[in-house]
Design a protein around this ligand. Structure first.
Ligand code: G3P
Length: 218
């Protein structure tokens, strides 16, 4: 399973990219707002840090302007993936950009039917939002199960399932069990994945015993 960070915070990206665990980045207009940075500048900087796919989202809602925005974003760096919303104009734009050779991430997916439309539109990634479905009292992970099942039933579908709106490590584990291709997560969730109190306790005991041996490795 590939791990993407869902953030536009450069410090987090630098730190976690250095761990070797980060395969790509996703951003959205809300995350750009939070970063306080100029959109194009921050996307360019992220692309210089992370060689993998970096999603940058269009902000128009009509096809022609989305297409122009997508083409402009794609020119920022070779690893930019243009993100479009799951609307009729968004999918029309996805179709066109994909045929031009630009990878597209279709975002704001909440149903298997929407995911099927995105695959037919040539999307490189579909982003089903698990957390926001959980937030309204529905089972977000059921959507991942449905989309994975549908995509796997057709060998010609190459669209990757990118689990988005992740809230905690359990979302990652459940999505991995289902065989989702990618999970994009806030930096805090990636950090949480390391944690277990028995790891901390066990390490403290090993180090205390090692100190008693009086030996050194280096
Ligand atoms: O970037 C898309 C998605 O991951 C947003 O997540 O937490 O705002 O629902 P969230």
């Amino acid at each position: 399973m590939k791990f993407f960070l869902d953030t536009a915070e450069i410090n987090d990206i630098r730190e976690l990219a250095a761990s070797g665990l980060v395969d790509g980045i996703t951003t959205n207009p809300s995350l750009v707002l939070k970063s306080g940075r100029q959109f194009v500048d921050v996307v360019r900087e992220i692309c210089e840090i992370v060689p993998g796919p970096v999603s940058a989202e269009v902000i128009s809602t009509d096809h022609e302007t989305m297409l122009a925005e997508g083409r402009k974003l794609a020119k920022i760096a070779a690893n930019v993936v243009v993100k479009v919303p799951l609307t009729p104009d968004g999918l029309k734009t996805c179709n066109k950009l994909s045929k031009e050779g630009t990878k597209v991430n279709v975002t704001l997916c909440f149903t298997p039917a929407q995911a099927l439309l995105a695959a037919k539109s040539g999307a490189a990634y579909i982003s089903p939002f698990v957390g926001r479905l959980d937030d309204i009292g529905t089972d977000g992970m059921k959507l991942i199960a449905d989309v994975v099942q549908i995509y796997r039933a057709y060998a010609h579908i190459k669209t990757e399932v990118l689990v988005a709106s992740v809230r905690h490590p359990i979302h990652i584990i459940e999505a991995a069990k289902l065989g989702a291709d990618v999970a994009t997560m806030p930096p805090s969730v990636l950090r949480q994945m390391f944690n277990h109190p028995l790891t901390d306790k066990g390490l403290a005991a090993f180090l205390a015993d090692w100190a008693k041996t009086g030996q050194k490795i280096l």
